[in-house]
Design a protein around this ligand. Structure first.
Ligand code: FES
Length: 103
């Protein structure tokens, strides 16, 4: 069953085309705004734990700032290199808050 936790206020989300880092109960999250649609991914890049929330968006992917691995913001599937993946977490808005389900 989903357990929704506040990740940030609705006015604190990144602008369209931007990413940011967030700490939710000690879990590091990469919060991204893809054309007005929010996405939440595991912040730790599976390569060497680079901070995806300090990266940038290209197309529908967030680019790791350390060695440029790319992860699709909707699926978490890597676009480069193939066969890597980061976890994607459900998000929802409730009133003035943005909530995440860490699963
Ligand atoms: S740590 Fe992310 S690409 Fe190397």
């Amino acid at each position: 069953m989903a357990e929704w936790i506040k990740i940030c206020g609705a006015t604190e989300v990144p602008e369209p085309g931007k990413v940011m880092e967030a700490d939710v109960n000690g879990v590091q999250i990469c919060l991204a705004n893809l054309n007005g649609e929010l996405a939440a991914l595991d912040n730790l890049c599976p390569h060497r734990q680079g901070p995806l929330g300090q990266g940038w968006i290209e197309g529908e992917a967030v680019i790791c700032p350390w060695h440029s691995w790319a992860f699709n913001l909707k699926t978490g599937q890597s676009e480069y290199p193939a066969h890597e993946r980061v976890k994607v977490f459900p998000l929802k808005k409730e009133g003035e808050d943005v909530l995440i389900d860490l699963g």
